[in-house]
Design a protein around this ligand. Structure first.
Ligand code: G
Ligand code: G
Ligand code: MN
Ligand code: NA
Length: 252
């Protein structure tokens, strides 16, 4: 079977699952968010990484079906945690370029929120720099539509693309996610880059999260530089939903 055929089968036979990587507020040390990360549990080959199959799905409209499933599943799970009485967290969902460029994306997001009962402020959509930094009318329209819904938007892998500061300051984006390479590659100039991104985010009234935090030393640096949030193996790897539940604080 080609991978495309297998992906089609995977959708029908519900072979996908979501894992969630916790995100901590650096000041309060509380879990404030989780990033949903797609996993394909292949019946023979075991877990297949999205890095392998997303690019193939992107070449076809399969990515739209898969993306839609991810969005619905992540919202449903987050609402379920809230129903169980846990302190609300924001769920981050990665959007592919094709998904983001759909003319009716805002309507789709709106109906999934409606259907699952999740409030918009508990959903964050992650897009990449190349998806956001464009002058195209429809992209600005989508970003404004999402803001009006109350959904948050973050720029994933920030620092690896070509963001224009002009767009960054004009676009309704809530958060920058500093690419993990700047955090865990131990190079002196990375510290200067991370500091600049933190300061720039705050001047533009955006929050900033560091990805790929693997050591206590990296966390201390981020604390000193007043980075808002952290995500990385130092605190937790991505986990199945049932393993996330015990680390969410209970309000009941
Ligand atoms: O979790 P992991 O390191 O295996 O993820 C590999 C890549 O796949 C990352 O770049 C991540 O952003 C991407 N990815 C994970 N889940 C999704 C998803 O639901 N949709 C899209 N479009 N990309 C995803
Ligand atoms: O591209 P995106 O940022 O969505 O990808 C997130 C991916 O990064 C996750 O799939 C996860 O497996 C990986 N990741 C998360 N934390 C760490 C970390 O601390 N170190 C490394 N090397 N990878 C990480
Ligand atoms: Mn991401
Ligand atoms: Na990233």
């Amino acid at each position: 079977l080609t991978m495309e055929t297998e992906l089609r089968k995977a959708i029908e036979e519900q072979q996908f699952e979501l894992h969630y990587q916790p995100q901590k507020d650096i000041g309060s040390e509380k879990v404030v968010g989780v990033e949903a990360l797609l996993r394909w549990k292949h019946p023979e080959k075991g877990y297949i990484s999205p890095a392998t199959f997303i690019p193939i799905a992107e070449k076809t409209s399969l990515i739209l079906e898969i993306g839609n499933w991810v969005l619905r599943e992540a919202c449903k799970q987050n609402k379920q945690w809230q129903n169980q009485g846990y302190t609300p967290v924001v769920v981050g969902v990665n959007l592919s370029a094709k998904q983001f460029h759909q003319a009716d994306l805002v309507d789709q997001v709106s109906s999934i929120l409606h259907e699952t009962g999740l409030l918009a402020c508990y959903l964050e959509l992650e897009i990449t720099e190349s998806m956001a930094m464009s002058n195209e009318e429809d992209i600005i329209h989508t970003l404004i539509g999402l803001r009006e819904l109350g959904v948050h938007v973050s720029i994933d892998d920030f620092g690896t693309g070509y963001s224009s500061l002009k767009y960054l300051s004009r676009f309704p984006v809530n958060k920058l996610k500093i690419d993990k390479a700047f955090i865990h590659e131990n190079r002196k100039q990375n510290e200067a880059i991370v500091k600049s991104i933190i300061h720039m985010s705050h001047s533009l009234n955006m929050k900033v999260i560091a990805e790929g935090v693997e050591t206590e030393e990296q966390l201390h640096f981020l604390q000193k530089e007043k980075c808002d949030e952290m995500q990385g193996f130092y605190y937790s790897k991505p986990l199945p939903a049932t393993h996330v539940t015990p680390i969410l604080q209970c309000v009941k």
